[in-house]
Design a protein around this ligand. Structure first.
Ligand code: ADP
Ligand code: ASP
Ligand code: MG
Length: 457
């Protein structure tokens, strides 16, 4: 039995958290592979710090170094610390050289390289803490492990096939020998060996990629909540933990804003039928949520609601566009040139509307400006919108569900600006202004998740 155990930022964010993670790993059964995020706050610190480089390099390095040495110092005794420092200093020298390199910023992957540094050090501490607890462990970077990525800076995707081949050579021998590899989350390396990050929160995806590559039996995502909840507990304090979900439900919710899993975590495990558990490292007695292929049907109308904020609707008008699919294709091609994510599309006779992130609007407009002015009559942009994703059993096959949901939206005094129903068989998605979105989620949650089963359905 191979279990991939992923620990998020708060689960490795302090000496106490690292101690808890160490115990959880030691208590786990069978062969284990660990993937870890940076200590909490570190990636934000690096993302912010990168803007002031190279001048701010020394300050960043000093603060970063102190934080990690302090944490390690509280976990390791003198001899263990001396062992740790040997590896630490090699990694830290590389990091300092990068921070002070005046030409490095020209590299398109410079930000990926800087912002992924936190993972290189959290994993080192965790691996040494495991050794101090009596395990055999090795700290491996994504370079050492052969996690391959492709795509544009800051938004890489894993190359699953290449990663599987590489990990069979570079990681499997350790696992077979009873050694626990502790691997950096968040980034892979591209074909030139440059670090390429998977987007913020990407360590969940890294762990799923490792589980896929190593043909693991189980993926455990250890985080700071009891499991996958019926809504974001920061918005809905009485959100409840969901015991069991299927891959489709979890994938939709993660994609549409449930931050507990990176949007792309599900696919690498789904394709190999590897079950995933979401567990709380602060409460390891709680069994968490299991996500797998099939689950028992439930009576509740809604199981979970997610919210994706900071979106814009771009409506492109052109006479009878519905009869000119080649024009729609040209528009989509332009939008695709920027590799932006389109969250929803809706068409009418003379309009095609796209839901995209606020930050992508400017670059999309400049691309669309290169189209023939004959093609486009007008473009309207509605910014600061939010997409609500409601997931439940057989939502589409139950009569009157949409009517119930939109009554709740009316109660929140929100106007629905776009709807997508039927594209997925587990979810109903709609767009409302961000200013009303939280109220919509609160009402939906209290009426249909906590409200229990309505006899009429
Ligand atoms: P980690 O550092 O472990 O990766 P994250 O902060 O990325 O943790 O994700 C966990 C957080 O996700 C929770 O603390 C919670 O605030 C948020 N969250 C949003 N939606 C959900 C949900 N449906 N279920 C559980 N947590 C959620
Ligand atoms: N450390 C990275 C981030 O903060 C990746 C992760 O935590 O999953 O985005
Ligand atoms: Mg996360």
């Amino acid at each position: 039995m191979i279990t991939v155990m992923k620990f998020g930022g708060t689960s490795v964010g302090s000496p106490e958290a690292l101690q808890r993670a160490t115990k959880i790993i030691m208590d786990g059964n069978g062969r284990k592979i660990v993937v870890a995020s940076a200590m909490s706050g570190i990636t934000n610190f690096l993302v912010k710090g990168v803007e002031g480089l190279p001048d701010s390099g020394k300050g960043i390095a000093d603060e970063f170094e102190k934080k990690h040495i302090d944490a390690a110092g509280q976990l390791l005794n003198g001899e263990q610390m001396a062992e740790f420092m040997k590896e630490f200093e090699i990694r830290m020298k590389k990091f300092r050289d990068l921070l002070e390199d005046k030409t490095a910023a020209k590299d398109p992957y410079f930000k990926d390289n800087i912002t992924s540094q936190g993972e290189r050090f959290s994993t080192l501490i965790l691996s040494h803490a495991l050794k101090a607890a009596g395990a055999r462990s090795v700290a491996l970077t994504s370079e050492d492990s052969g996690i391959y990525a492709e795509g544009s800076p800051l938004s890489g995707s894993a190359d699953l096939q290449k990663t599987e081949t590489a990990m069979a050579m570079k990681v499997k021998p350790y696992v077979d020998d009873g050694v626990i590899p502790v691997i950096t989350g968040f980034y892979g390396i591209n074909c030139d060996g440059r670090p390429l990050t998977f987007g913020r929160g990407g360590s969940d995806y890294s762990a799923a990629v490792v589980a896929n590559a190593m043909n693991a039996d189980l993926l455990e995502i250890w985080t700071d909540v009891d499991g996958f909840m019926s809504a974001d507990p920061r918005i809905i304090p009485d959100a409840v933990k969901i015991d069991e979900m299927n891959f489709g439900e979890a994938a939709e919710l993660a994609y549409f804003g449930a931050k507990v899993l990176h949007p792309r975590t599900i696919e690498p495990v789904r394709m190999k039928h590897i079950p995933l558990k979401v567990r709380n490292s602060f409460n390891p007695d709680e069994p968490g949520t299991i996500i797998h292929h099939l689950r028992k049907p439930k009576d509740d109308m809604l199981r979970s609601v997610a919210l994706k904020t900071d979106l814009s609707i771009l409506s492109i008008s052109s006479a009878e566009i519905a009869f000119h699919p080649e024009m729609v294709a040209r528009i989509i091609e332009k939008i695709a040139e920027n590799e932006v994510v389109i969250y929803s599309v809706s068409t009418s006779l003379s309009t095609v509307a796209f839901l995209v992130h606020n930050n992508d609007v400017k670059s999309i407009l400049s691309k669309l400006n290169t189209l023939d002015p004959e093609d486009i009559e007008r473009i309207d942009v509605k910014s600061d919108m939010a997409l609500v994703c409601a997931v439940g059993d057989n939502l589409l096959s139950k009569c009157g569900v949409s009517a119930e949901i939109f009554t709740a939206v009316k109660e929140a005094r929100a106007n629905v600006a776009m709807i997508s129903e039927g594209a997925s068989d587990v979810s109903l998605n709609f767009v409302v202004p961000m200013s009303r979105a939280t109220d919509v989620v609160k009402i939906l949650h209290s009426k249909y998740v906590r409200g229990g089963f309505d006899e009429r359905f």
